[in-house]
Design a protein around this ligand. Sequence first.
Ligand code: ZN
Length: 442
Amino acid sequence: MKFSKIVCLFFSLVLFGSCAMKSFEAKPNPQQEVGETQHEVAYEATYVKSVLYPKTNIAALDKEITDIVKDYESKFLNKIKGYKDERKAEFNIGYQSYLKDDRYISIKLDIFEHIYENTEYIETLVYDSVKEKFITLYDIMDEKNIQTLSNKVTTHFQERFPNECYNDSFRSKTSAVEQNFNSFVLRKDRIVFYFPQGSLFDNSASFESFYHNSEDILDSKKETTPTYVSYDQVLNEPVKNIDPNKPMIALTFDDGPTKRYTSAILDSLKEHNANATFFVLGSNAANAPELLQRMILEGHEIGNHTFSHKQLTTLSKANIEEEIIATQETIHNITNRYPAIIRPPYGSRNENVMQSAQGKKIVNWSIDTRDWKDRNADVIVKRVLDTVKDGDIILMHDLYASTAQAVSILVPQLQEQGYQLVTVSELYIYGKKPQPKIIDTK
Ligand code: ZN
């Protein structure tokens, strides 16, 4: 009997229990099907932090997610006591969230630390919203099934990586015990098991098993691919009247888009006929295609802020390219255009980052509002107005109510002082002393 059949048999037992009619807001990102993304960032003297996790509005699940996040973060802060290195330490969490159907929600948290070296952890949660409890492997498999799973996984990896999969360590970590397989998620069409860095291999690995052999007994929904309203070329873009002889500055917003705050910022900009640049995260962009399309149609610029907000200087060149390309493609799918500008998270860059940027401009800033730290509109407004001058690039984040409020105050005040609010590329075109704020790459 095939493994997928066995799994399905057990799913069918679990699933036939009752009929769940709870519905969750469907999201277009195929890797983040549920939850509103929460994002915490910090840029401290010795470390940087970017934490993305979902808020599902299911109290027990949200508590468990935030407990895990807090636990890893406090351990990280303990570990970096006395940390001293040229390169800042880093704490990064990204997530995936899946709906198997209206009943089962799976969350996968990818925890990444840099403390002299890179370490990755994986945490998964599977929640049964009908029984209101978390699912473990024993809820869907008995010992016999776990043995079959163990055999399947062993063969799968031995066929692919024969040199690494015939030692005692590999055998013990794929043996038929529950703790070897307790990281998993239930997707619409498959179960995916994860093996974190250092468990089976030096890098993390996963094993997928499809349910499809028994669709007749399993009420499984087909995976749906996201569809975006196609962007109608450039016909509707506003005509701009920029006076190259008058002062101009570029407002920039990182880490979004977020439904609530990006919309509010776009409203303020529209009201005053001003433009800005949004350095979006690939993982957030796919959740809010309508906001990206609105940005383009209202004359703003979209920049690449990588997919998962890792400090690029801690990654291999291949991983840096992956972060950049995945984000370029996500933005292109939605807006029909590729960003010409990149802002690496935390502004961190090295030779590998410069090479991976491949002709796109790397964009820094000249005024840091530190809005992530001072969640106070008046402080942010004052910080900008006290120092602003022609050609400035101003760093903010469309993550906070205080930032959205600051923008509604700042935009008319800056215009009153004679500044034109333009995009980064426009600032570059009009030659407002772009270097070192905007750097060309080969
Ligand atoms: Zn950022």
